[in-house]
Design a protein around this ligand. Structure first.
Ligand code: AMP
Length: 113
């Protein structure tokens, strides 16, 4: 838990979110500003800043994030989805508790720039 982390507060229930999946390793909730019909954020319970830190420090939780992403996509968008990790401010990361964006539910375009 990091005291000033928005997503740690969502894990703890101190800030409300629409949670769609929770287990011992991860929490998943709907993005407050969805960019696709399905837009869910999957986060590890451990506070780490980005996907490489997750791989190095909590690989079991990173693996659980992947399984959760697939489970959500299976339930909500036919099992097909895009999984995005914005890493660093210039790439669009605004919350420094690693989160995978699960995007789907439509034909996704491929032009992030
Ligand atoms: P990123 O810009 O990759 O760091 O993603 C952060 C995401 O968190 C953005 O897509 C925001 O819309 C989303 N977000 C910010 N605050 C909340 C919140 N309270 N509940 C759900 N999603 C949020």
């Amino acid at each position: 838990m990091s005291e000033d982390c928005l997503f740690c507060k969502i894990i703890d229930g101190d800030i409300p979110a629409t949670k769609v999946l929770e287990n011992e390793h991860v929490v998943a909730f709907r993005d407050i500003a969805p960019k696709a019909p399905v837009h869910v954020l999957v986060i590890p319970r451990t506070h780490v800043k980005d996907v490489a830190a997750a791989a190095a420090e909590v690989p079991q939780e990173l693996a659980a994030m992947a399984l959760a992403a697939q489970e959500i996509a299976d339930a909500e968008c036919g099992g097909e989805f895009r999984w995005v990790f914005n890493t660093g401010a210039s790439a669009g990361q605004s919350v420094f508790h690693v989160h995978g964006h699960v995007l789907g539910g439509t034909e996704l375009e491929w032009n992030p720039a």
